[in-house]
Ligand binder design. Structure first.
Ligand code: PCA
Length: 324
């Protein structure tokens, strides 16, 4: 008895120190706040990775653009300053048309269409990211995009002169086509931009309206259901290859679950966010047929431009999407 005690203690120390030595910690920057459903989903994902990998891989989530600003996250993952990161694909639309696709107005509206578009886009997205030393782990769609404005909007012409917040090249282009003045502001700075009067309108989901307390500044949301952009979780390939196989499996499994859970959560919470906006004094408005058809026309122009820019790959993606 006396002999086994020190031995046991010794093996505990050994087990503890081996697992501590084998633990890898990754940083995961996200540009969205704790109240956001993407961040809620990522919090669960990080916990799952830790438990599935039996503590071998720990993911530290940095929300609200606290580690990197939204447009910097992709480069940070590419350079392995962050091993994993959450990006808004359409933020990178100028870099390659593949990133612009799910930010185009009225190409895929509603969750089913958005998920189909994702399936058509995915192989090309994976290829593009692989060429940059990264892998795609999963994506989650934002709820449908509508227009926040104080003004009465009856037609697209009413957008003229608005100080329009853009979060991507595509949302800036909408302003240009409609005669509004685009100002690029990321979600983390949006409340301040409204408070200081830098902007008076923008297009986004009810989710971002809720996160940024838009109802304190803007009183109307026109529910155009124009598109559902996606956040993607990307991983540095070298960092992934350096993990042991069990940790790689854990990451993939937790990622697949997070994708499923995230898409469901987005859809579920979409109505909840709208109810919260209403509770806080926001009017949710069904667009007039004129406004809706005018926005659809802008969308058609932009889809056409995208097709020209995206060439054969673009054509193949749209063909496969339209057949789904
Ligand atoms: N919210 C993000 C992107 C899309 C969305 O719904 C934003 O407004 O920045």
């Amino acid at each position: 008895m006396k002999k086994t005690l020190p031995l046991l203690a010794g093996s505990f120390v050994l087990a503890f120190s081996t697992s501590a030595m084998a633990q890898t910690t990754w940083d995961l920057p996200s540009a969205y706040p704790a109240s956001n459903f993407h961040v809620e989903n990522l919090t669960t994902f990080a916990k799952d990775v830790e438990s599935l990998s039996k503590g071998k891989l720990k993911i530290t989530l940095h929300n609200n653009a606290s580690l990197y600003k939204a447009p910097e996250i992709k480069r940070a993952v590419q350079g392995n300053q962050a091993q994993i990161g959450e990006i808004l694909l359409t933020n990178y639309a100028n870099e390659d048309p593949i990133y612009a696709l799910d930010g185009l107005p009225f190409l895929a509206t509603g969750y089913d269409a958005a998920f189909k578009l994702y399936q058509a886009q995915k192989p090309y997205l994976e290829k593009k990211l692989a060429a940059q030393g990264m892998t795609l782990l999963f994506t989650v769609a934002w709820p449908p995009q509508g227009i926040y404005a104080n003004k009465d909007l009856k037609t697209v012409a009413d957008l003229k002169g608005l100080k329009w917040r853009a979060y991507s090249p595509v949302t800036a282009k909408i302003a240009e086509l409609a005669g509004a003045q685009p100002v690029t502001v990321q979600a983390a700075e949006l409340s301040q931009a409204m408070a200081t009067g830098v902007i008076d309108s923008y297009m986004s989901s009810a989710s971002t309206g809720y996160d940024t307390k838009t109802y304190e500044y803007i009183k109307k949301w026109y529910d155009t259901e124009a598109w559902l952009p996606k956040n993607a979780i990307i991983v540095n390939k070298k960092a992934f290859d350096a993990l042991d196989p069990a940790a790689q499996e854990a990451l993939k499994k937790a990622g697949a679950e997070a994708e499923k859970r995230g898409w469901a959560l987005s859809q579920e919470k979409s109505k909840w966010y709208q109810a919260e906006l209403t509770k806080n004094g926001m009017q949710i408005i069904k667009p007039t047929p004129e406004l809706q058809s005018g926005m659809t026309k802008l969308g058609e122009t932009m889809i056409k431009e995208w097709e020209e820019r995206a060439g054969d790959d673009g054509k193949a993606i749209l063909d496969s999407y339209r057949k789904m």
